[in-house]
Design a protein around this ligand. Structure first.
Ligand SMILES: NC(=O)c1ccc[n+]([C@@H]2O[C@H](COP(=O)([O-])OP(=O)(O)OC[C@H]3O[C@@H](n4cnc5c(N)ncnc54)[C@H](O)[C@@H]3O)[C@@H](O)[C@H]2O)c1
Ligand SMILES: O=C(O)C[C@H](O)C(=O)O
Length: 308
């Protein structure tokens, strides 16, 4: 299993580290446009191999895509992150050009790869890759919901005063400060609905904290987060590489599912060796449907800024 990660910045390097530590990839290639950065991070990570007990070979490359040839999974994290006070949508002007160019280079050398898009605004970048490559729907997947759901579970565990591992829950919708839809109605602690333990007011607070999870970290760090994003991507890569058939909310190209068409937005999906193998449609309440519809309108508005 060969995995390429383009963008050896904060998220790309974190993702490479988690994939290496999980030890399921034979080779991980890091690519960056900045001279020497990918090579340096690859070497630094390789020097953790004996300490962390992994056998994956990590290779760095300054924009030489021949080293990525024959990758099974490729991850696009190249592009600029937001600064405090910005929205993800404001990154579209610079990141669209980068993502378009990078996805073209990747496909040239790995025509059969599954592509995971991370760069923001992620739902629109995922749509852009679909539109410009024309690859089958199952092969292009946006990462947002896996991260947002991890943050949701963390916030729920704080409210419940319990370990995060006791909690299950999911966030669907757009990966934006206003577009996320945390499904509080379906979240559980050890199979008991969290609504049995928390007031509506507390659950609303959890939802609001989840939606601005990325912005909160950006304010604290001066740039956007990388540990949980890297871990979320690595979990998705592992699900594909190891054909786990795990369910993650992923940004998928919709064709009627959830009453939506011609956009990428977060919905529950099964990941396995075929990439995004199946979208899972769950019954939503009218209020949840209205939130998804509003979220989709926001994503479409951002998509309107794209040129193909
Ligand atoms: N979808 C998500 O949940 C999620 C989570 C975190 C970050 N992000 C997004 O991921 C992106 C990267 O974030 P980061 O914190 O790693 O930023 P970063 O600045 O640390 O790293 C980005 C890297 O991309 C490289 N790059 C730029 N143009 C390139 C090109 N044409 N080819 C190859 N490499 C190129 C840069 O040199 C840099 O090293 C941002 O757009 C950020 O908003 C998305
Ligand atoms: O918040 C950001 O801009 C980065 C990322 O989308 C995140 O949610 O951490």
């Amino acid at each position: 299993m060969k995995v390429t990660i383009v963008g050896a910045g904060a998220v790309g390097a974190s993702c490479a580290e988690y994939i290496a530590i999980k030890n399921f990839a034979s080779e991980i290639v890091l690519v960056d446009i900045k001279e020497g950065v990918a090579e340096g991070k690859a070497m630094d990570l390789m020097q953790t191999a004996t300490l962390n007990g992994f056998d994956s070979k990590i290779v760095g490359s300054t924009n030489d895509y021949s080293k990525t040839a024959g990758s099974d999974v490729v991850v696009i994290t190249s592009g600029i992150p937001r600064k405090p006070g910005m929205t993800r949508e404001e990154l579209i002007g610079i990141n669209a050009g980068i993502v378009k160019e990078v996805s073209g280079n990747l496909i040239k050398h790995s025509p059969d790869a599954i592509i995971i898009v991370v760069s923001n605004p992620m739902d629109s970048m995922t749509y852009l890759v679909h539109k410009t490559t024309g690859l089958a729907k199952n092969r292009i997947i946006g990462m947002g919901g896996a991260l947002d759901s991890a943050r949701f579970k963390f916030r729920l565990s704080e409210a419940l005063e319990c370990p995060p591992s006791d909690v299950d829950g999911m966030v669907i919708g757009g990966h934006s400060d206003t577009g996320m839809v945390p499904l509080t109605r379906l979240a559980t602690r050890n199979s008991i609905p969290v609504t049995a333990f928390l007031s509506e007011e507390r659950l609303n607070q959890v939802s609001e904290d989840t939606k601005v999870g990325g912005a909160t970290l950006t304010k604290l760090l001066g740039t956007s987060a990388w540990y949980a994003p890297g871990a979320a991507v690595s979990a998705m890569v592992q699900a594909i590489a190891c054909d786990q058939k795990k369910m993650f909310p992923c940004s998928a190209l919709l064709d009627g599912e959830y009453g939506l068409n011609d956009l990428c937005i977060g919905v529950p999906a099964i990941l396995g060796k075929g990439g995004l193998e199946r979208i899972v449609e769950i019954e939503l309440t009218d209020a949840e449907k209205a939130k998804i519809k509003e979220s989709a309108e926001g994503v479409k508005k951002t998509n309107d800024l794209l040129t193909f």
